[in-house]
Design a protein. Structure first.
Length: 509
């Protein structure tokens, strides 16, 4: 096999459960050279699902090279930090953690530190300047090089490798095309798109994740089929702007002379993924309100496997602020589509993200956010305080930064509004019988089980016996709290069929 393959070739190798050679050095082959082959690793993940999924790939690569997962830092030879830089406190956290890890590294010969993810993509050489004891710094586009870089650092010392963009036509492009050690067994993340072509004024993601590239349609459906054959019943499709999925693919097809319309293909993707036998729940994150078309809502409504949950990031209620943010919609259009979504999809749960204190946000602007949030009546809201990220447009608007005390006050006022609607939504579910997929024993009380409804609501419920993760059951909801539901088991619908742990795919090297 050659080192780089076209997507079509990749689909072929993928269907065989094999992957093209990366030409990389195996860690095991170093034993005779240095006698210091690392045997165990631990990955600590910060940030969003993209990073969680990349971490599964990093773990998969290390395990396909013969390493085992350690339960704690003490037991690990290699600590991998997969970093995030979406807000400022992420930076502070990383350098703090690296300080602690210096002591960890000094305590035992042969210990290694790898830093990957969005913050290393942003900071590049700065990571090793500030923490020279780090062995490998890699970016978001070279996850596939993890073991090779680790091997190189063992042979010849610390290394920083940041690729400026994804390598086209290489299997490294999509994390889902690498072997994985998945964290759960009955549900799986599936990357459908990498990068982001939007220009939200506050956001660092396009700078650290690169331009938007859709993964070939058949590769995605093939992967979902493969997962279903291993007993996976739930998939979450991942991308920064999932509802523009496929626009680039159709444009490329047109350039190649095919007579296709240049438009997103997310609705078709939802229908095809939802039709895969064995897949009972399909989720996705995140769509962009400006690209939310009727065909996507119809596909959600008409595909039984697609869950009644929409994450629909508002960011702000004032049209003036939305325009400064370059979000591409007004609050009126946002709300109209929401009404349409709720009309088409009965019992739809809607969650959102809102930023407080965007530069120049006035009291009137903020009151508009409160009004729109109240009208939208969200099931749950992630509220963030604006954090200036160097290199973004909003970070330069220093003359308009909002006073910290004013922001803190607004943040609390918004929280009161969104918590109230969440609590009311949850109380309205009391007495209902809900379908639940079991996640395991509750963290607070191991005699209670936890699971999720189709609306993605966390339910803690009593059960006469422990149920395996992945079990489908029904529970009666007895109480709605602001952030979760409580209930009692009614009946078990289906036992899980997945293997205890999805095996790490073999890599041909
Ligand atoms: N692609 C996703 C969001 C990724 S980031 C989307 O468009 O929905 C997740 C959330 O972090 C964003 O929705 C936004 O609310 C928040 N966020 C991003 N940059 C931020 C910043 N500089 N300060 C505060 N919150 C931010
Ligand atoms: Fe950031 Fe906007 Fe892209 Fe989301 S859509 S990742 S908020 S630039
Ligand atoms: Fe953070 Fe990168 Fe995700 S910046 S939020 S880990 S895409």
């Amino acid at each position: 096999m050659k080192a780089s393959s076209t997507p079509r070739e990749l689909a072929f190798w993928h269907s065989l459960g094999q992957f093209p050679s990366t030409g990389r050095k195996r860690l095991g082959s170093l034993e005779s050279v240095s006698g210091k082959t690392p045997e165990s690793y631990i990955v600590r993940t910060f940030g969003c699902q993209m990073n969680e999924h990349d971490s599964e790939r990093i773990s998969g690569l290390l395990e396909s090279d013969g390493m085992r997962r350690a339960e704690s830092d003490d037991d690990a030879d290699v600590v991998v930090l997969n970093t995030c830089c979406i807000r400022e406190n992420a930076d502070n956290k990383l350098y703090g953690t690296l300080g602690h890890l210096k002591t960890w590294k000094d305590a035992k010969d042969g210990r290694r530190i790898v830093v990957g993810g969005c913050l290393s993509q942003k900071d590049k050489d700065i990571v090793q300047t500030r923490a020279p004891w780090v062995d490998v710094v890699m970016g978001t586009h070279n996850v596939h090089r993890t073991t090779e870089l680790l091997a190189q650092s063992i042979e010849s010392g610390p290394i920083t490798e940041i690729l400026e963009e994804a390598v086209l036509d290489d299997h490294a492009l999509f994390p889902s095309a690498l072997p994985a050690r998945r964290e759960t067994t009955f549900n799986a993340w599936v990357t459908i798109q990498i990068g982001c072509d939007n220009t939200c004024a506050y956001c660092i993601v396009p700078a650290v994740r690169g331009k938007e590239i859709s993964r070939p349609f058949t590769d995605i459906v093939d992967e979902v089929r493969q997962l279903a054959s291993q007993g996976v019943t739930e998939v979450t499709l991942l991308g920064q702007n999932v509802n523009s999925y496929g626009r680039d693919l159709s444009l490329a097809a047109r350039r190649d002379g095919e007579n296709v319309a240049a438009r997103p293909q997310f609705a078709e993707l939802l229908r095809n993924v939802g039709a895969v036998e064995g897949i009972r729940r399909v989720r996705y994150t995140s769509p962009h309100p400006k690209d939310m078309r009727l065909d996507v809502l119809q596909a959600m409504a008409e595909t039984p496997a697609v869950c009644e949950h929409l994450h629909y990031p508002l960011q702000a209620g004032s049209d003036r602020v939305l325009s400064l943010m370059h979000r591409g919609y007004t609050s009126e259009r946002y709300l109209e589509r929401l009404v349409e979504a709720r009309r088409l999809i009965p019992d739809l749960a809607v969650t959102t993200d809102i930023i407080v204190g965007f530069p120049g946000e006035t009291e009137d602007d903020f009151v508009r956010t409160l009004e729109v949030a109240a009208e939208a009546d969200f099931d749950s809201t992630f509220t963030f305080i604006f954090s200036p990220r160097e290199g973004t447009e909003a970070a330069k608007m220093t003359d308009h930064f909002v006073d910290t005390a004013v922001v803190a006050d607004r943040f609390e006022r918004l929280r009161a509004v969104v918590e109230r609607s969440a609590w009311l939504k949850h109380q309205a579910r009391e007495g209902r019988i809900e379908e639940i997929v079991v996640e395991g024993p509750s963290r607070r009380d191991p005699s209670v089980m936890s699971g999720r409804t189709r609306q993605n609501k966390l339910v803690h419920f009593t059960s006469p016996r422990a149920l395996r993760p992945g079990t489908f059951a029904t529970a009666e909801i007895t109480r709605g709290a602001p952030h979760f539901l409580e209930g009692r088991l009614v009946e078990v619908l289906a036992e899980p069929t997945h293997k205890i742990r999805i095996p790490v795919a073999s890599v041909n090297v």
